[in-house]
Design a protein around this ligand. Structure first.
Ligand SMILES: C[S@@+](CC[C@H](N)C(=O)[O-])C[C@H]1O[C@@H](n2cnc3c(N)ncnc32)[C@H](O)[C@@H]1O
Length: 324
């Protein structure tokens, strides 16, 4: 019901969008809800069904580091706390929901701060966030004036977290399509497309960049955030096995190589707006991940410029490009 309500309300607010192509695209892709096969999905749906009714009088603040909602009329803090704990681990945030502070593993606000001043202002733009996780950045996109924000995310636990937060905020301008970018039907209907922290998970990174482009209108903007290696040449790192304990890392390119890829497949005006090493302040164990191992455990304890496997420690770039 929580998910259905969010989707129904989303359709109500975008009706003013009067773009039939967008609406039919959404209807088609939302069918992917029927394809969720995760073993815990039914349990999470039950949890979502027990979410408390939200007060009519509430203050939502989504244009700040902590995505927040509060109300003097919300009294059931302890049971909400227990409910949200059952949706752990919370990796991307932070959130503050009726007095409950969800201090997530990642300070996702820091990534937002690194890109916010460089992107074309989102005011009135229709945006897509591929690999949105819990959808934290969707709220920040709306907080920056986007007309509506659509996420694509295949991980069932994160989808459940998003719909829990969406219900508690009571903001109808965002939704998540529960699948991968490859699995959706793609149409050039978005003004800005974000792909952050996804490229290196793909076995075919060039296809990923192409698929992102297929969602952008001509002249639209791609905001790409990914791991890179330091090199002035067209180089790439494919880890032999794990990278910083992660199994599914395939390609970590240098900036010159990434730039060639983007130019070859229909992007122009490629700009590197930020390069930064992930800090122990940005990714760390918290109560909301049950203090599971985090970045500090994945770095060489003798030399934190290296991962435990001996590769360069995570270095991330933000690249902005325009779709031709
Ligand atoms: C490292 S997280 C990044 C989350 C968020 N974008 C951020 O930057 O903080 C990568 C996310 O991409 C999702 N993902 C992985 N492969 C994907 C694909 N092919 N299409 C869409 N999302 C994908 C994962 O489930 C995960 O939530």
């Amino acid at each position: 019901m929580v998910i259905k309500n969010q989707i129904d309300q989303f359709f109500q607010v975008i009706n003013s969008d009067i773009n039939n192509e967008f609406i039919s695209w959404l209807i088609l892709n939302l069918r992917t809800f029927d394809q969720i096969t995760h073993g815990h999905w039914a349990e999470w749906l039950k949890l979502l069904a027990t979410m408390p009714k939200i007060p009519d009088q509430r203050v939502i603040t989504i244009n700040q580091a902590i995505v927040e909602v509060h109300s003097p009329d919300f009294f059931d803090k302890e049971s909400l706390n227990q409910l949200l704990k059952k949706l752990s681990p919370w990796r991307k945030g932070p959130f503050s929901l009726y007095g409950i502070s969800i201090d997530t593993e990642w300070r996702s606000d820091l990534k937002w701060d690194r890109l916010a001043l460089h992107i074309t202002p989102l005011k009135d733009r229709r945006v897509l966030d591929v690999g949105t996780g819990s959808g934290y950045h969707l709220w920040r996109m709306l907080g920056s004036g986007a007309r509506c924000a659509v996420g694509v995310e295949p991980t069932a636990a994160f989808i459940a977290q998003f719909y829990a937060v969406a219900h508690l905020l009571g903001d109808p301008h965002a939704l998540i399509i529960p699948t991968t970018l490859e699995n959706i039907s793609r149409k050039p209907i978005f003004d800005t497309v974000f792909s952050m922290g996804v490229l290196y998970h793909r076995r075919n990174p060039i296809s990923h960049l192409q698929e992102l482009g297929e969602c952008l209108r001509p002249g639209g903007e791609l905001v790409l955030e990914t791991l890179i290696i330091e090199s002035d040449a067209q180089n790439i790192l494919t880890p032999e096995d794990r990278y910083a304990a992660m199994r599914n890392i395939w390609f970590i390119p240098s900036i010159p190589l990434l730039t060639v890829w983007l130019n070859r497949i229909g992007y122009t005006d490629v700009r590197i707006v930020n390069i930064e090493r992930t800090s122990l302040n940005e990714q760390r164990a918290t109560e909301w991940t049950d203090f599971k191992p985090s970045l500090v455990d994945f770095l060489d304890p003798q030399d934190q410029t290296k991962t435990i496997e001996g590769y360069p420690s995570p270095l991330r770039a933000i690249i902005i490009a325009t779709k031709i």
